[in-house]
Design a protein around this ligand. Structure first.
Ligand code: GLC
Length: 554
């Protein structure tokens, strides 16, 4: 396929956390009808208008039936919808309405594990010889009745839980309520391929593969070696995870999934390639001849401090290690991490979160690759760190994350639509929203920001708009104009016909000398926090605190 036919290369994907995006029936939980009602906000399908955000695809976190131990990442039925979120009929309407607006729909496919309430596991756990006995990863206790090996759960403690009915242990990369599937079993593969076909036949446009580096496990169940100098044997990060994730044959599993995708046209496969060596390994996930993933999430940008040197290095690494025709993916936020504003405001010593949000948005949306936004990021939403213990929902996160500071709940609070009840997320007066609304919702919301030309929301709208208009910003080559940045970034995106220059001052306190020279001195301002838009200017000599300017060569 010609790479220009691959819609996802030009796309901005918008991640929706369905539980807290929009609640249409007032029960406190977001739902599919809520999403449908808000589609025009995301993209009204009228490309000549700038009124909607203008994103190209939505990625929905899991919407399947689930006991919600891990907010849907514990699936108990793969081909249905969680009753709180709606029905399959609602989903069909969502698909149709999204497609009418040129919005593609990507689902989260959680297939490293199921819920322990899934029928497959209910059967598998009953005996050692039932038809699904080998669908999960079962092992006998050791001779002294201990766990089979030293593999840990990502959430803390041993990864093995004893099942009295079978007198065996099962393995779970995450919580004991999320038993890992046995990807070496042909019937498991076929069952999952059927799930994939089910959703493609309904019309979905792709999948994000959850925990996609963890499918394959060592058939000999060897112990993971401790890293040099590490003594804390109960800490997941103390180990080289040689035998419980990122095994070489994990790639074959993904390549086989890819083959199912290729039975259809124009589908996208995105992987959560969250692995120890980060980028270097995640490159391998594209596979020879692009036979695996289309897009691979690696975590360099969100894990960097707000410092141009680090972020520059992360971008350079991607440029170098994601070789053509493979295509980079960038994001700052997702449902597992603190929101970037909360994280970066601390390390930038700044109090102007709106200015920081605009600078960060510029970086995300002007480097080469597909960008992924997390709901509310376009408003400058921050983590809600004031969730009382009794209202926390993230029961799957590790015990030491339950302090409310680092629980994932803070980044999953209701979308802030307006200044009314529950920030417009939900209207139920007596029902509490799934998680409490952030206390800044009266000012940080779509209605208020929509009316302020200088708001973060309007900045995102303009930025997304100019990206849509510019081949250079979507596809052009990236080149840094500064070798060792420590105060600002200056880079170009170039195609045969267009050069765009991006300038970002990382300091909220200091005016800095730009210190670059370019052949041309005639630049049209596409977007700027300081310069007049559409004016033709010389390259500025200095950048004001947090100045962002995007200029196109005349
Ligand atoms: C992924 C998800 C995370 C979930 C875990 C287990 O990392 O992003 O939210 O808890 O997988 O499914």
């Amino acid at each position: 396929m010609n790479t220009y036919d691959q819609w996802w290369r030009d796309s901005v994907i918008y991640q929706i956390y369905p539980l807290t995006f929009a609640d249409s029936n007032g029960d406190g939980m977001g739902d599919l009808q809520g999403i449908i009602q808000r589609l025009d906000y995301l993209n009204d399908g009228q490309s000549e208008h700038q009124t909607s955000l203008g994103i190209d695809a939505i990625w929905l976190c899991p919407i399947y039936p689930s006991p919600m131990v891990d907010n849907g990442y514990d699936v108990s039925h793969y081909t249905d919808i969680h009753p709180h979120l709606g029905t399959l009929a609602d989903f069909d309407v969502l698909l149709q309405e999204a497609h009418q607006r040129d919005i593609k729909v990507i689902l989260d496919l959680v297939i490293n594990h199921t819920s322990d309430q899934h029928d497959w596991f209910a059967e598998s756990r009953t005996s050692q010889d039932n038809p699904k006995a080998d669908w999960y990863i079962w092992q006998d206790p050791t001779e002294d009745e201990a766990v089979p090996n030293n593999w840990l759960s990502y959430l803390g403690g041993s990864g093995w839980t004893f099942e009295p009915q079978r007198q065996q242990y099962y393995f779970h990369t995450f919580s004991p309520h999320q038993p890992d599937l046995n990807w070496r079993h042909p019937a498991v593969k076929e069952a999952i391929y059927k799930v994939i076909r089910f959703w493609f036949d309904r019309g979905v446009d792709g999948f994000r593969l959850d925990a996609s580096s963890a499918y394959s496990k060592d058939p000999a169940f060897r112990n993971n070696p401790l890293k040099f100098g590490k003594t804390d044997a109960d800490n997941y990060d103390s180990y080289h995870h040689l035998y419980d994730k990122n095994l070489p044959d994990n790639h074959q599993i993904i390549a086989d999934i890819r083959k199912v995708l290729d039975e259809y046209e124009h589908k996208v496969l995105i992987g959560e390639t969250f692995i120890d060596n980060q980028l270097y390994d995640s490159v391998a996930f594209y596979g020879p001849d692009q036979g695996e993933l289309d897009l691979a999430f690696s975590f360099e940008l969100p894990f960097s401090p707000w410092y141009p040197g680090y972020l520059h290095r992360a971008i350079v690494k991607k440029e170098r290690f994601v070789p053509d025709p493979a295509w980079p993916t960038h994001f700052l936020d997702n449902h597992d991490l603190p929101r970037h504003l909360s994280h970066w405001i601390d390390c930038s010593l700044c109090t102007d979160s709106a200015a920081l949000a605009k600078a960060a948005a510029t970086l995300l949306l002007t480097v080469r690759g597909t960008s992924v936004l997390y709901y509310g990021q376009e408003l400058g939403m921050e983590d809600n760190l004031e969730i009382p213990p009794e209202q926390r929902q993230d029961t799957a996160s590790s015990p030491d994350q339950k302090d409310g500071q680092s629980s994932r709940d803070g980044a999953r609070t209701p979308m802030q639509w307006d200044s009314f009840t529950h920030a417009g997320f939900s209207f139920g007066k007596t029902v509490k929203p799934w998680l409490p609304v952030h206390r800044n919702a009266a000012e940080v919301n779509i209605e208020v920001e929509g009316q302020d030309p200088n708001s973060v929301l309007n900045f995102y709208r303009q930025l997304l708009w100019i990206r849509k208009q510019s081949d250079a910003l979507r596809r052009g080559a990236w080149k840094s104009l500064i070798a060792y940045p420590h105060e600002h970034l200056a880079y170009t995106r170039t195609t045969d016909r267009e050069t765009v220059l991006i300038l970002i001052n990382f300091s909220g306190a200091k005016e800095i000398d730009l210190g670059i020279s370019c052949k041309s001195n005639r630049w049209r301002v596409l977007l700027s926090t300081e310069l007049q838009i559409d004016k033709v200017v010389d390259i500025p000599e200095t950048l004001k605190p947090f100045e962002v300017s995007i200029l196109r060569q005349e």
